[in-house]
Design a protein around this ligand. Sequence first.
Ligand SMILES: NC(=O)c1ccc[n+]([C@@H]2O[C@H](COP(=O)([O-])OP(=O)(O)OC[C@H]3O[C@@H](n4cnc5c(N)ncnc54)[C@H](OP(=O)(O)O)[C@@H]3O)[C@@H](O)[C@H]2O)c1
Length: 259
Amino acid sequence: MQDLNGKRVVVTGGSEGLGLAMVEALAASGAHVTALARDRVKLAAAERVGAAVVAGDATDAAVMNSIVGDEAPDVLILNAGARLPMKPIDEQSWEEFSTHWNTDVKAGLVGIQAALKVPMTSGGRILIMSSGASMVLSVPRIEPESLRLSGGYVGAKRMLWFMAHSANTVSRERGLKLHFQVLMPSQLMPDTTLGHLVAAGYAELEGVSAEEHVMQRYGSIMRPADFGQRVTELIADPRYASGVAYGFRANAAIMPLDA
Ligand SMILES: NC(=O)c1ccc[n+]([C@@H]2O[C@H](COP(=O)([O-])OP(=O)(O)OC[C@H]3O[C@@H](n4cnc5c(N)ncnc54)[C@H](OP(=O)(O)O)[C@@H]3O)[C@@H](O)[C@H]2O)c1
């Protein structure tokens, strides 16, 4: 296991939910963590566990270029993401449908470009937050019906997976020695605002609670703190240093999905 003491880590969307859970776990392991999010007030939660904070928009190239330049991270976690529309396809405006393209994919592109162009220090790792949902119609098979209220989310999260490969190619061609990897939480976590919103949307159709929906669909509940711990393990354990995509489920080891 690599010692994370003093490692420099930037987490976008680090003020709540999974981002905050990663900030907490990494700070507890001795890393020097900086959390970025738009709402300065909510960032106080990251400050309380000893993280430095920056209020800014992860889709803004100037913000991401300066955080990569100023913080010189060893690890950049591109986690910021939008909430889901939770409406059937015929009720979504284009703005609602494309929200994950304008936030998650744009922030992914801007973050990848900052890492490649500033550039990040040689040997750096960039972890991009995708989702198990990006494996719909793929293997392991997820039924599309179970994501029918999610708008453009599935495609946006799949896009981020592909973008990690494109970025690795550029890094190899330019000898930058940066490694782009994709995080795939493979079950809904109802303790985050986003996860609860999604679980509650499907639960309402089924006449159950959000937690009951998650238990019925996945057979377990994964807590954000557990996820934060797993990502810390992924960063510290050299066995996970070279793969491109990793899945995370409650009560299971980290799953290599794309070596
Ligand atoms: N929760 C789950 O079950 C689950 C499962 C699979 C994948 N994911 C993915 O994991 C990531 C985090 O999910 P979550 O459940 O923790 O979400 P969340 O509770 O909604 O938190 C989102 C975080 O992102 C920040 N954010 C949003 N837009 C931003 C922007 N443009 N610039 C900077 N920060 C921004 C928010 O802060 P501000 O609003 O203050 O900026 C907040 O800190 C997302 O990419 C999501 O798609 C989540």
